[in-house]
Design a protein around this ligand. Sequence first.
Ligand code: GLY
Length: 266
Amino acid sequence: MPHKISVHAERDYEVLFTQDWKVSLSELISERSRCAVVVTQAMREQVGNLEAGDCEFTYCIVPDGEEGKSPQVLLQLWDWLAAAGFTRSDIVVGIGGGAITDIAGFAAATYLRGIDWVAIPTSIAGAVDAAIGGKTGANLDYGKNLVGSFHSPIAVLVDLAWFETLSDRDFAAGFAEVIKCGFISDGEILTLLKGQTVGAIRKDSALLLDLVSRSVQVKAVVVGSDFKESFNREILNYGHTFGHAVEKHSSYQLRHGECVSIGMAF
Ligand code: GLY
């Protein structure tokens, strides 16, 4: 099983499978002077106080879910970075689900015309999809992701321990993106999943790592061949067109993965 998976986009970076994200993050940013950690209030408590060399940490608390991906939150993030004196050599870290890593990445993409950022996904959908591939953005009242930018992180740190905190519902919903990777590219994912239950996968860390790694590999290959979605990156949207309509119709009460599952079945 690979310890890391390389992504070759507008910059080369690694998706690192770590057993201690705090240690990996500390090693990665120990030379930086300032780090902005973008998290929700609930996640802030789990993250605790981070340390890395002489790096000064600023914790930016944003609303959970799609609410956190608004232009107002983006404006607030820019202000926090400016107020703390962030320069081009400083760094942003997004810790959370896809909405958090999307808005953290977009703040990094736009502040000072682009500074480095790190994604630390805490959900399965985030780890296998949102955090990888450099799509960052915010929502407008007119729709999801209507503003954004392609800006790859310098690293993605995947620590499977985060997934233990997910409810069965969120865990299962995240698997829609894993199953999607099975349908579009790696059929072995479907074979491995046949006859499995959420409970069984949760107990089998080797299987979980295999499925997540395979999905990350699928995404890395697609993104490496078409970073700016000019031809085949669109394949990653399998199940999403109808799924997004269902998601919007449910007023975001259904999970993204649940809607993508409906979209794939459709
Ligand atoms: N989530 C689809 C993509 O990254 O292209």
